[in-house]
Write a protein that binds this ligand. Structure first.
Ligand code: BES
Ligand code: ZN
Length: 853
């Protein structure tokens, strides 16, 4: 009864939304676990939904072997397709019973029920539940699930609260109605790191992090992060946890970072396991944020879910915004804001200005997995931040309370979300809503005049055409502005200008001198600011701006302009800028983390992006050379300053992954990179030999490899860590990222032949091929070797894991921006992928969209 007819890609449209014709009263699932032949028995009560349009009874189901089906106890013969089944059903309520067989061991796509290192686990978002049993697998169908798991695995987990267990079985009941994408099951030989949490209202919650034996000592940090998140959501959003137990499980083979299944979050082990010896500071920060993120989904995603997948930003944009707020609160707000903007520019801007551009709420898709994008997530979070800025903090939290009151238990839409803000603030948000429907990065040009003590800023907005979208309307752009007098004092504190027209002027009166504006403070909107300011003015802001974001931004602009002049005009490094930066670096009242950020400039791909935005054809070799030249120049310029900074960066206390120590190590790492250019690797070797934590060990190793002194250290590192999968991922990625571009490609190629390389583990695949794709000058080698290696491996991976393959195709999204040679090489690789027999629909959609540029 298995149907495998290939299917033509189908496009789904937001405008076609229709509710399902039945409600699901309850769901009882029994799993008889076996690697090759798991049986899933479903008993589901359906009742006609009174208001839904008439329709055939259709249940999603993919790659299932139907053993038997009954309606009200009577065997039926449904009509099967590759997407599901239809069957005729009674007019009133009825009981559907089905038994299907699936083979978790053969599931390499890691969607549905699969096995990872002998452990059973599930991933159902977005449309994975249909690979477990026949079901209306859509987020607006919510129901109460009761689950029985049968099998020898010592630990058997599902959503909700445990209700019964005994020899070979365990039962779980989740009282909260939920869509199928939040279903989860885990079974295996696992050990737990237990703890508890008492909620504000006194509820005692059992907490567990479940891991493979041997990983118990890597759970403490994640547990603390969980408890911090639970407290934070109570204090800031007034949201408490709502079950007796909260379980987190670490799995090694996982397509994404983590998943918010109700009461049973499943994590990529790289996003939960942590120890000072094996994890970097960046890993710790990411783990803390992602634990918070998945926990916060309990209210923004689970209690209130999405009506359909077009509304994905309703839960993801909001939850990313919430986890950013959390990180700002528990670490450093200025540092977090800068980190977020770096990511936005690196990932969302290229996406929004290329063939994959789409609105924060897309209007159509073929494969929803392809829309878990930087636009939905990161721009989606920026939109929430703008809304909060426009209405103010108090009104924001009042609106959120109304949102939770009004929509608890609902599958909601962006319209519902905005309505809550309109009702609680009285504000008309119809123009603001364009942020959800218009794609592209708006540009804002700035003019200024000063006359009789009156300073006038004229802002003009323009949104370029993007894939499938032209003739855009003006959006509401909150531009936070402060004014500084020429002596460096602030004469107008931050105010938010609301740009709503194509062109608008804003005046400031009573000034004695022409001020220097500090525009778009805190990066108050996800736009490109077009302003021809003098380097002098930027240098002034670098020295005096009271807004820490804009002070950093001034430095970034100067670094960018310096590099652009080097690339385009063959200029030398900008000495005036470097002199001002030197003063900042010498200022020991400034947080080391902040000074470390000041030392980082735009990446090579950022430079390519800016060159493209300004109408140039980026030359990856020239960009790489300019960056290297500038780095070498800076190392020589700061020969005396570096030892002093290194001393300030030294941590004497025992290792802690907190903001203060990580800030120092970040500064130390940036300094070591420069020192290595002067000493050929002496300091790096010393640090490598004595490091007692992964941040220092890995930082030193990278510099040794960069200096051409890394082979022995790579071998030592391998011997030390060959049994630790997560550390080995770092070993694979690091050497590719640190070697010179041409060698990086051949090393990446050699590493794909290494005994420890595997296509079956997404972390290992991403560590290796992702390192190549993320290394601008290596990926864009003029002979096409980088392109070819990536597409070879993507073609091979597509048979095993379409989701990860499709995501990684985005490396090619900028192909039309380059010179004819590179363009045609990339185009040829894209066409080669597109021509692969039995290409998955995930990859097919991505490659087709990219080729359509
Ligand atoms: N709900 C997602 C996980 C997910 C994504 C499942 C795509 C299925 C398809 C989860 O909440 C999430 O957003 N995870 C992010 C990390 C987060 C900190 C932004 C991830 O996995 O990268
Ligand atoms: Zn999420």
């Amino acid at each position: 009864m298995k149907d495998q007819a290939p299917t033509a890609p189908q496009t789904v449209y937001l405008k076609d939304y229709t509710p399902f014709g039945w409600t699901v009263e309850d769901v009882h699932l029994t799993f008889r676990l076996a690697p090759e032949s798991t049986r899933v028995l479903a008993r589901i009560h359906f009742a006609p939904a009174p208001d839904a349009p008439k329709q055939d009874f259709f249940l999603h189901g993919e790659e299932l072997t139907l053993i038997s089906a009954k309606i009200d106890g009577v065997a039926v013969q449904p009509a099967l397709t590759a997407q599901g089944l239809t069957v005729s059903v009674p007019d009133g309520p009825f009981l559907w019973e089905a038994e299907v067989e699936i083979a978790p061991i053969k599931n390499t796509a890691l969607e549905g029920l699969y096995m990872s290192n002998g452990m059973y686990c599930t991933q159902c978002e977005a449309e994975g539940f249909r690979k477990i049993t026949y079901y209306p697998d859509r987020p607006d169908v919510m129901s109460v699930f009761t689950v029985r798991i049968e099998g020898d695995a010592p630990v058997k987990l599902s959503n909700g609260n445990p209700t019964d267990s005994g020899e070979g079985f365990a039962e779980w009941h989740d009282p909260w109605p939920k869509p199928a994408y939040l279903f989860a099951l885990v079974a295996g030989d696992l050990v737990n790191h237990p703890d508890r949490f008492i909620t504000t209202s006194g509820k005692d919650v059992e907490l567990n992090i479940w891991v493979r034996p041997g990983d118990e000592n890597k759970c403490a940090f994640g547990m603390e992060a969980l408890k911090k998140s639970m407290r934070w959501d109570e204090e800031v959003y007034g949201r408490e946890y709502d079950l007796d137990i909260f379980n987190i499980v670490a799995v090694d083979d996982f397509n994404m970072g983590a998943m918010e299944n109700k009461g049973l979050n499943i994590f990529n082990s790289s996003c939960v396991l942590a120890s000072p010896e094996t994890s970097t500071d960046a890993n710790f920060e990411r783990i803390e944020a992602i634990i918070a993120h998945e926990y916060f989904h309990n209210w923004t995603g689970n209690r209130i879910t999405c009506r359909d997948w077009f509304q994905l930003c309703l839960k993801e944009g909001l939850t990313v915004y919430r986890d950013s707020q959390f990180t700002s609160d528990v670490r450093s707000a200025p540092v977090k804001r800068i980190e977020d903007v770096i990511v936005l520019r690196a990932r969302q801007f290229p996406e929004d200005q290329g063939p994959l551009s789409h609105p924060v709420r897309p209007e159509s898709f073929q494969e929803i997995n392809n829309f878990y994008t930087a636009t939905v997530y990161e721009k989606g979070a920026e939109v929430i931040g703008m809304l909060k800025l426009l209405v103010g903090d108090e009104a924001y939290y009042k609106a959120l309370d109304l949102y939770f009151d009004r929509h608890d238990g609902d599958a909601a839409t962006i319209e519902d979300w905005l309505q809550v803000f309109e009702d609680s603030t009285g504000r008309d948000l119809s123009q603001f809503k364009l942020w959800y429907s218009q794609s592209g990065t708006p540009r804002v040009a700035v003019d200024e005049t000063f006359e009789d003590g009156r300073y006038t800023l004229t802002l003009r907005q323009h949104s370029p055409d993007t894939a499938n979208q032209t003739d855009k309307k003006p959006q509401v752009i909150p531009v936070a502005v402060g004014l500084l007098s020429p002596d460096g004092t602030e004469v107008a504190p931050t105010t938010v200008l609301e740009l709503t027209e194509n062109e608008q002027s804003f005046t400031f009166d009573g000034l004695t001198e022409k001020p220097v504006p500090s525009l778009l403070r805190g990066f108050s909107a996800p736009i490109v600011l077009e302003r021809t300011t003098t380097a002098q003015e930027k240098t002034f802001l670098l020295a005096h701006d009271t807004d820490s974001f804009n002070r950093w931004e001034a430095n970034r602009d100067l670094a960018r302009d310096c590099l652009l002049a080097m690339i385009v005009e063959g200029a030398g490094p900008d000495q005036d800028w470097l002199d001002s930066l030197t003063k900042v670096l010498r200022d020991d009242t400034l947080d080391p983390a902040y000074r470390a950020l000041m030392l980082g400039g735009p990446s090579n791909s950022d430079l390519a992006q800016v060159l493209f935005e300004r109408g140039h054809t980026p030359d990856p070799d020239a960009i790489y050379d300019a960056s290297e030249t500038l780095a070498q120049y800076r190392a020589e310029l700061w020969v005396d300053l570096l030892p002093r900074l290194a001393a300030e960066a030294r941590v004497t206390a025992p290792y802690a992954p907190d903001a203060e120590q990580s800030g120092k190590r970040a500064l130390g790492g940036a300094v070591l990179a420069l020192q290595t250019r002067l000493d050929g690797g002496k300091a790096a070797q010393a640090q490598f030999d004595t490091a007692d934590n992964m941040t220092l060990q890995l930082g030193a190793l990278a510099q040794l490899v960069r200096a051409g002194q890394g082979e022995a250290a790579l071998a030592t590192f391998y011997d030390q860590w060959k049994d630790d999968r997560l550390v080995m991922d770092k070993w694979f990625g690091l050497q590719i990222g640190a070697l010179p571009p041409a060698e990086a490609v051949s090393r990446a190629s050699a590493l794909t032949e290494h005994a420890d390389f595997t296509m079956r583990n997404p972390n290992r695949f991403r560590a290796t091929l992702g390192a190549l794709a993320g290394y601008h000058a290596a990926f864009h080698q003029a002979d096409g070797s980088g392109y070819r290696l990536l597409s070879d491996k993507l073609i091979a991976l597509d048979d095993l894991n379409p989701q990860t393959t499709a995501r990684m195709c985005s490396a090619f999204q900028t192909w039309t921006r380059y010179d004819d040679n590179r363009r045609s090489l990339m185009k040829a690789e894209l066409e080669r992928i597109k021509a692969k027999p039995k290409l998955s629909r995930d990859t097919d959609e991505m490659v087709s969209r990219i080729l359509n540029a």
